[in-house]
Design a protein around this ligand. Structure first.
Ligand code: ATP
Ligand code: MG
Length: 1109
């Protein structure tokens, strides 16, 4: 929301407008500036003039937001700012079609150039936009870096000091869009090219070129990067803090490109810059001529050569121009030689001219680019950035010229300010009261008067034939200006300065409007002449370099003009005249720049320095002029708006016209009538006191109002707060109630549910109980019925049973009765036989049961199965054992019946063996499991025994190897024992030869031991043929089988007796005639011992047999 009542007067630090300073004095003026400066308020107004104090630091007051803030606002609406002035100027130009000029003055380093850039940037920001417009804006803005590079230099006062005056006209179309511009430059300080004071530098471009150009470019320009190689470059301050020359060079090149310089033009410009540097390095030496005069010669021609190459000049031509000077007078040419000093003068003059002409060319070239294309009438805003008043210790021609310019500007300022004031009075219908002020027209006249002005006299001296020196010029001044009240000189006729030692003889002093300035005349004539020898300009013209040729048109021999070129003073006067005329047609806007200190440092406010500037800028004059009539004026509407609270009738609203409201206000406040006047649209207040009276009343009133507003606001706030609380309380209560009811409802609901569930449960249980009861009743009925029926039935049954029993009992009783009767009758018969019969029957029954049981539990049919059921009754013991035996026999028989004949024979033999040896001989048990094989030697098959076999007709029942025991030593000899049905044959084992053949009838018995040995003795019938050799004592592995077979043959033979088998551990054996006892001794078994037979003596053979385990 736009705050309409906002004013410059709000939140003021000091006073924002010096016009309101009360009391007005130099001290209060400076104090006000200082106070504001200390609070970072660098801008202060004097009416519409802006005083700007250089802050020497970057300030956050130039942001795009600030631009927007000041855009389209009234000048006094916001706190003082350069943007307010720029906006006012731009809006007057755009809306009221008034051409504007912004005059920026101040001493070196006060911030003029920065101010001009701020104005331009503001205008660029607020004016129209569009591709074309933006291009124009960009070109206008980019002209600054180019001009600054060539026209600015570091001085002791300012690191970026503008060494030329600049006036730039920016042209706008009817909409306020920029179309283009024109730049005018004034008096470039060209002497800086050849010489710089201590602590200062040459123009920036020289350093920028050497620092920032590429190696390639430097090579082309025949330059070296080292500053020290160039005489024209001061070295003590070649590098400036905060200035990056290399970067700036690129910026400048870029700006040149944007402004519209062609590549070859940029190259030419750089070549000229390089040529100036080279020129400075050309040195001269004297050479005596025969006529006794001294002539100069170039010392080292290398730089000259390179410079000539750069500019395309013939070296000899330039060399000659440095040695000779041709003077033409009335068709006559006279050539004089130059001495070394003159040669140096010529060199420097050439350098200065070259550079200043190049600078002017650049300005023109920029103008060419930025000039407005449209032919229609333009609105113009001029920005003048020109050197302010200069008062140094040593003031020369330049200061004179500059101060002259400032006098003119002051004059125009007074003229325009007063004119404006007057115009406003007329416009507002205020009676004009004469304003007293100092008119500096008299000083301007002293300088510029055509007949006897200082400049006119200087020109006269310069043009006068004969010896002309600075002294002759001063004499002339002393003569002509002596009477002038602003001119002071020691030697003037005016005797009052004769004893003024502050005024040296070679100086004159002028009382400028801003103070007295002492000028030293030395160099005035020379600088005014600004001579360049024609030979040099002709040499330049001959250059094969378009730009050089263009810069020195007077060197064209075809256009030889014997007339002297206009003097510098004359040129300056003319251009200042043009400028003044130009400015007079425009609405002026002033920016007065002030430098707060000499140290280029922020926060320092040197009062003496500021005081000095305030004086020579004529700021006090400025305020006085401004306050001469009425100090303050304000349109009725804002005035009423601002002060309406001071009167009850205008507060809070005034319905009538604003003027009447203000009149009412002033009458109510009883402001004396002479203190103000009513204009058509404004009220004019004569004295700031009145304004401050109003302001003070307003402040008090505002405080009261603030209290009132606070009171109302607090009341409103509390009420609102209370209402809000109340409303909130209702809402909270409602919510709480709702919540509580909800909770209660939920509780009741859940209680109801519980009660319900309990009731339902109870009802259900009750019903269930009833149902159960009913069911139980039904069941009970059924049960009772069942029981009843059961009881009935049982009773019936019992009854029937009873009946039956009764019947039975009757029957039994009857039977018993009958029995008893019968028994009684037959008792005598019954008792004699019944016991036996019952016994028999019982025994029969038991036997029957025993047999049937035995039948079921009979053991298996295996003859070796030892199982047999236990006997049930003791009295069956014998039967049971017998039956076991019978059963065993029966099953043996069954088993036997399954045998083949052979097997039967084998078993018979085995049986026989058992009968013979069981429990009689220890060897027997081991033989039971061995089958009786008989023919162990397989005699019929073995070819070895073929012959032996064939010697018998009968079948061989046994063929085995036996040992025949020798009675001599008890050792055995192996023999084959053959047994047939008739014979026992012993044959040699190896040969098969029959050793002995004993017919079986000759055998009487066989003796064996009871031990576990295979010894046996075949005892022969005494007197038989076989008995001749005696009995045989043999040992066989198959003793049991052999003896059994022998016995069997004997038992089956009908023709002889059965063979006896003697089993004894001692028996006699008949060896031929001797009987030898064979004794068997059982020994304890040892490892490896076997049956052995030893002869103990002639009658005893002892056989030791290990006891079987
Ligand atoms: N408004 C500003 N804000 C911040 N710094 C400023 C401002 N104005 C000036 N300066 C500082 O002061 C320096 C000097 O300013 P400027 O070059 O504008 O002075 P000038 O008046 O043009 O001097 P000269 O007459 O030598 O050209 C600037 O380089 C800058 O550092
Ligand atoms: Mg400047």
């Amino acid at each position: 929301m736009e705050v309409k009542t906002k004013s410059l007067l709000d939140n003021m630090i000091g006073v924002g407008d010096m016009v309101l300073l009360e009391p007005l004095s130099e001290e209060s003026f400076i104090e006000n500036l200082r106070k504001r400066f200390d609070h970072n308020e660098i801008y202060t107004y004097i009416g519409s003039v802006v005083i700007s104090v250089n802050p020497y630091k970057s300030m956050l007051i130039y942001t795009p937001e600030r631009v927007e803030e000041y855009r389209n606002r009234n000048f006094y609406e916001l706190s003082p700012h350069i943007y307010a002035l720029a906006d006012e100027a731009y809006r007057s130009l755009r809306d009221q079609d008034k051409d504007q000029c912004i005059l920026i003055t101040g001493e070196s380093g006060a911030g003029k150039t920065e101010a001009s850039k701020l104005v331009m940037s503001y205008v660029a920001a607020v004016c129209g936009k569009g591709q074309e417009v933006n291009k124009v804006k960009e070109q206008l803005l980019q002209s600054n870096p180019v001009l600054e590079a060539f026209g600015n230099a570091k001085t002791v006062r300012n690191d970026n000091s503008s060494r030329f005056g600049k006036y730039m006209d920016i042209e706008f179309d009817f909409k306020g869009d920029p179309l283009g511009g024109v730049i005018s430059n004034y008096l470039l300080e060209k002497s800086r090219v050849v010489k710089q004071p201590r602590g200062e530098r040459n123009f920036h471009i020289f350093y920028q070129l050497l620092s920032g150009a590429s190696d390639d470019t430097l090579k082309k320009l025949k330059l070296d990067r080292d500053f020290s190689k160039y005489n024209y470059l001061s070295l003590d301050s070649a590098v400036v803090n905060g200035l990056d020359d290399a970067t700036n060079f690129r910026t400048v090149r870029n700006a040149m490109q944007i402004v519209g310089f062609m590549e070859d033009e940029v190259q030419s410009v750089l070549e000229l810059v390089a040529a100036v540097l080279k020129l400075g390095n050309i040195e001269f030496k004297p050479e005596s001529r025969c006529n006794g005069t001294d002539e100069s010669r170039v010392k080292d021609k290398n730089d000259l050569k390179e410079m000539c190459e750069l500019l395309g000049i013939e070296q000899s031509v330039l060399e000659r121009a440095f040695s000779y000077r041709t003077v033409e007078a009335k068709m006559e040419k006279v050539s004089t030689t130059l001495n070394v000093a003159q040669a140096y003068y010529a060199r420097d003059a050439l350098a200065k001219n070259l550079y200043s002409r190049l600078f002017s060319w650049i300005v023109n070239r920029i103008n060419e680019s930025i000039k407005a294309q449209a032919k229609t009438r333009h609105k113009v805003m001029g920005v003048l950035d020109i050197y302010g008043f200069e008062i140094f210790e040593d003031n020369s021609f330049e200061q004179f010229i500059i101060n002259y310019c400032n006098e003119k500007l002051q004059q125009i300022f007074i003229e325009l300010t007063l004119r404006e004031e007057q115009e406003e009075y007329v416009r507002e219908g205020i009676e004009w009261t004469n304003i007293e002020y100092f008119n500096n027209a008299i000083i301007c006249d002293l300088i510029e008067n055509h007949q006897n002005g200082i400049l006119a006299m200087l020109d006269e001296e310069c043009l006068r034939p004969g010896t002309v020196t600075d002294e002759t010029f001063l004499d002339k001044l002393n003569m002509i200006c002596a009477e002038h009240q602003h001119f002071e000189s020691r030697l003037s006729k005016n005797s009052k300065f004769l004893n003024d030692h502050s005024l040296p003889h070679c100086c004159f002093r002028i009382q400028h409007y801003a103070g007295k300035v002492l000028y030293r005349v030395e160099g005035f004539v020379d600088k005014n002449n600004d001579l360049l020898y024609r030979d040099l300009s002709q040499a330049m013209y001959k250059a094969n370099h378009t730009l050089i040729k263009h810069l020195f048109p007077e060197g064209n021999p075809a256009k030889v003009n014997l007339k002297r070129p206009p003097t510098a003073g004359f040129q300056f006067k003319a251009s200042v005249g043009t400028l003044m005329r130009n400015l007079q047609t425009k609405n002026p806007n002033y920016i007065r720049c002030i430098k707060p200190n000499d140290k280029k440092a922020p926060h320092i406010f040197t009062e003496s320095l500021v005081c000095h500037q305030v004086r020579y800028l004529g700021l006090m004059e400025n305020v006085r002029v401004r306050r001469a009539g009425y100090a303050f004026r304000q349109a009725y509407e804002p005035c009423l708006e601002r002060y309406k609270m001071l009167c009850k009738r205008t507060w809070p609203h005034w319905r009538g016209p604003a003027r009447e409201g203000v009149e009412m206000l002033m009458a109510d406040l009883q402001v004396p009538a002479e203190e103000f006047s009513y204009g058509r649209s404004k009220i004019f207040i004569r004295n700031p006191r009145t304004l401050f009276f109003l302001e003070e009343r307003r402040r008090q009133c505002l405080q009261d109002l603030a209290t009132l507003i606070q009171k109302i606001y607090r009341g409103w706030k509390c009420r609102t707060h209370f209402l809000l609380l109340k409303k909130s309380q209702i809402v909270v209560a409602a919510w709480y109630r709702r919540y509580a009811q909800q909770k209660k409802y939920e509780k009741i609901k859940s209680a109801t549910t519980v009660v319900q569930s309990y009731t339902r449960g109870w009802q259900a249980r009750k019903l269930l109980r009833e149902l159960k009861h009913q069911k139980r009743c039904e069941e009970a009925v059924t049960t009772i019925a069942a029981y009843w029926h059961g009881t009935q039935a049982r009773m019936e049954l019992r009854r029937l049973k009873q009946e039956v029993r009764n019947k039975h009992a009757v029957t039994v009783i009857w039977a018993y009765w009958q029995g008893t009767k019968v028994r009684r009758e037959y008792r005598k018969f019954f008792r004699a036989n019944a016991g036996k019969k019952i016994y028999d029957f019982t025994i029969q029954r038991i036997m029957q049961k025993y047999f049937l049981g035995l039948k079921r539990t009979l053991p298996s049919m295996s003859p070796v199965d030892k199982n047999w059921p236990a006997r049930p009754y003791v009295f069956l013991d014998g039967v049971h054992t017998e039956l076991r035996r019978i059963f065993h026999l029966w099953r043996c028989k069954k088993y036997k019946s399954k045998f083949t004949e052979e097997k039967k024979a084998v078993y018979e033999e085995k049986l026989e063996a058992s009968e013979l040896f069981k429990d009689k001989k220890s060897l027997y048990p081991s033989s039971v499991s061995q089958p009786f094989k008989g023919d162990y030697l397989e005699i019929s098959k073995n070819p070895k025994y073929q012959k032996l076999n064939s010697s018998f007709d009968e079948k061989v029942l046994l063929a085995d190897v036996v040992n025949k025991i020798n009675r001599a030593n008890g050792k055995g000899t192996t023999r084959i024992l053959l047994l047939t049905k008739k014979n026992v044959v012993l044959a040699d084992q190896k040969t098969g030869q029959v050793k002995a053949s004993v017919p079986l009838p000759d055998l009487t018995s066989v003796s064996v031991s009871t031990q576990n040995d295979g010894f046996f003795a075949l005892r022969l019938k005494e007197g038989s043929a076989s008995a001749v050799k005696g009995d045989f004592l043999l040992s066989s592995e198959h003793l049991i089988e052999t003896i059994t077979k022998l016995h069997h043959i004997g038992s089956t033979a009908s023709d002889r007796e059965q063979l006896n088998v003697d089993i004894s551990d001692e028996f006699l054996v008949q060896f031929k005639q001797d009987k030898v006892c064979v004794k068997f001794i059982q020994v304890a078994p040892k490892n490896g011992n076997s049956v052995s037979c030893k002869r103990k003596n002639n009658r005893l053979l002892e056989v030791t047999v290990p006891a079987s385990a």
